[in-house]
Design a protein around this ligand. Structure first.
Ligand code: B12
Length: 288
């Protein structure tokens, strides 16, 4: 009942009838609608996106995100403790075990559980970014191999695209073009950046990895985009700084050029280097 009251206050649904005493009474007719909301939440959609939605919208959403046919999958080994009481290392260790055993279904459940347990920004900053770095550590120490990293990267890339979709459909803000330069294959940081921008209402033109600078310039022109975001991993070489400066010179000075990723060089004026996603979120809130 507590939850229903919160939803009513926040999203205007469900609306109860009132007894003479003032107590709320929920009509039975609202139950099917509530079940649809419950199922959408169970599949990882956020309350803000589904609680106020009509039954028709929810049905369409559930159809689009239908789980594969067959018996329900076993529950993943998620800690039952309250999220705040769980040390960050526990969910990370869980996730690594699921990656190591290529348990796509279990890992999907774990990602959904972590997504629901935190705000989107906390999910990215406190869970997914440390998990991605832990995968890198495991890879470097030989505990994991590149096949595990590929499995992980593919799952995360799918997950980030899926959770971004509802924000993309509603976004009406300035357009941000996102890409990595030639030779740069790391895209997960860029996808995280795309999600933060979309959540803040920015439109995102996500162009992925290894894009020649001339192509980036052309896309920016065609779309009259005011923002460019480029991600640089620590494996990038020395020529990256020069390529970024060249790209900057080919763009109008009014364009906000965001640089992120652990290998992003400090290039001075003309670049906004963001060391983490919280910084990016602040930037978007400040109205860019
Ligand atoms: C996944 C991965 C890969 C995948 C990438 C798949 C994909 N689709 O992205 C593949 C297999 C392709 C790969 C390849 C390589 N990789 Co790699 N990779 C990783 C791993 C595990 C994750 C990388 C990642 O996504 N990090 C992104 C985020 C989580 O971290 P971040 O850079 O700190 O960014 C944060 C912020 O800056 C922000 N952000 C990021 N980008 C942007 C952009 C903007 C605009 C903004 C505002 C913010 C922002 O978001 C993040 C959240 O906090 C890392 C481990 C690690 N520690 O990162 C190794 C790692 C980066 N890779 C490494 C290496 C060596 C390589 C290879 C050279 C391996 C090889 N011998 O072939 C190649 C290079 C390929 C290339 N040409 O680029 C090393 C680099 C070491 C170094 N200092 O040189 C690392 C650190 C692994 C390790 N521990 O050894 N890799």
């Amino acid at each position: 009942v507590e939850t229903l009251r919160t939803w009513e206050g926040r999203y205007g649904f469900p609306t109860p009838e009132r007894k003479r005493s003032g107590h709320r009474v929920y009509p039975l007719s609202v139950v099917p609608h509530l079940k649809l909301v419950g199922e959408a939440l169970r599949r990882g959609h956020r309350a803000g996106d589904v609680v106020g939605a009509s039954e028709a919208t929810l049905e369409a959403l559930l159809l689009a995100t239908a789980p594969p046919a067959g018996p329900p999958p076993p529950l993943p080994p998620v800690s039952t403790a309250a999220p705040t009481a769980t040390p960050a290392s526990v969910p990370i260790a869980n996730a690594i075990a699921l990656v190591r055993s290529y348990d796509a279904v279990g890992f999907g459940h774990e990602l959904n559980a972590q997504w629901i347990a935190r705000s989107p920004l906390a999910f990215l900053s406190d869970y997914l970014a440390p998990l991605t770095h832990a995968i890198g550590e495991g890879w470097a120490t030989g505990e994991l191999d590149v096949r595990h990293e590929h499995f992980f990267s593919a799952r995360i890339s799918d997950f980030l695209s899926a959770v971004r979709r509802p924000y993309d459909t509603r976004a009406q803000g300035p357009l941000a073009v996102l890409a990595t330069l030639e030779g740069e294959a790391h895209t997960l940081g860029l996808q995280m950046c795309a999600l933060v921008l979309a959540m803040s209402g920015y439109r995102v033109l996500y162009l992925g990895s290894e894009l020649p600078t001339a192509q980036i310039v052309q896309a920016m022109r065609e779309q009259a985009a005011p923002i460019l975001g480029v991600s640089v991993a620590p494996s990038s070489n020395r020529s990256t700084g020069a390529a970024l400066k060249k790209l900057r010179r080919r763009l109008p000075g009014t364009i906000a050029f965001l640089l992120g990723g652990a290998g992003a060089p400090e290039l001075g004026a003309g670049f906004l280097v963001m060391r983490d996603l919280v910084q990016l979120a602040h930037w978007t809130r400040a109205g860019a």
